[in-house]
Design a protein. Structure first.
Length: 287
């Protein structure tokens, strides 16, 4: 039942009580004035008691509604922070897979080059053998070279097997992450929607009650949305990483991620969504 329904129920209760009072007055008109006064007093007391009960019920329902609103806001903030952490882990896993794929391609290319060199050595050995079978020492040297190449090929095969095992492991971890993303309802479009555009702005204000909360000059018109991650930089040094909690057309409010603040923010600090613009590592700076 919403607030309007509760108000209508309360008004109906008042109307019913009023009709009861009128009925009591009409019936009591044939009784003595003492009985009438006593009945009216009891009726008034009953009405006052009902009115107080109704006020208490309305106050209790209003308190429950406020608690539910606070709980929903906290749950949404927690989910947004968890989503940011999972997005960073997912991006890191993708980068590792790409690196392993690049290493595997390099190993395959090296193996192909080794096989080509081995083939050329075999042809060279045959040519030398046909030209001068008496050059035993040269043949022995070529044989040693072939042995070295074969050992290189074997080493490349071992490396290839190791890379294949790593790729299989990373693929399994990627599939596990994909299952988690499917369970929480995250798909490729959702992930791209959570990635902010390349933006740069300034800190325009600091919260008087919370040092971790500050205002920035970027907003929804710039493409900045709630849940986006921004970095605060001052004079080329990384101050901290924050999450956008509210976003308006021309400005937004952000809060530092727990454990990701190296110094207090100041008005005029640069804010950016481009991680590559962190000119230095996270080094604490003086306020």
């Amino acid at each position: 039942m919403n607030l309007l329904g509760k108000i209508l129920t309360f008004l109906i209760l008042l109307t019913s009580v009023a009709f009861c009072v009128v009925a009591v007055i009409v019936v009591a008109s044939h009784q003595s004035w003492k009985e009438t006064a006593e009945a009216n007093r009891k009726t008034a007391e009953d009405f006052r008691r009902r009115f107080q009960n109704a006020e208490e019920q309305v106050a209790a329902l209003r308190g429950q509604n406020e608690k539910a609103s606070v709980a929903r806001a906290q749950a949404i903030a927690y989910l947004n922070s968890q989503l940011a952490v999972e997005r960073e882990r997912f991006n890191a896993q993708i980068l590792q897979v790409q690196n392993l794929s690049s290493q595997l391609n390099e190993s395959v290319a090296a193996l192909q080059n080794a096989e080509k060199r081995l083939s050329e050595q075999d042809q060279e050995i045959k040519t030398v053998s046909e030209q001068n079978r008496g050059m035993a020492s040269e043949l022995a040297t070529q044989t040693q070279r072939v042995a070295v190449i074969l050992s290189q090929v074997e080493a490349a095969e071992v490396k290839k097997g190791q890379l294949a095992a790593q790729l299989q492991q990373m693929t399994a971890e990627f599939n596990d992450l994909k299952k988690v993303a499917d369970v929480v309802g995250i798909d490729k479009n959702t992930l791209w929607a959570q990635i902010p555009p390349d933006l740069s702005g300034r800190v325009t204000g600091i919260s008087a009650n919370q040092n971790d909360v500050f205002a920035v000059s970027l907003g929804m018109d710039d493409g900045l949305r709630e849940g986006h991650t921004i970095d605060v930089v001052r004079n080329g040094r990384h101050i901290g990483t924050a999450t956008v909690v509210t976003s308006k057309p021309n400005n937004a409010t952000a809060k530092f991620v727990d454990g990701m603040r190296n110094a207090l923010p100041q008005v005029g600090d640069e804010v950016t969504t481009v991680l590559a613009k962190r000119l230095n590592t996270s080094v604490p700076v003086n306020n």
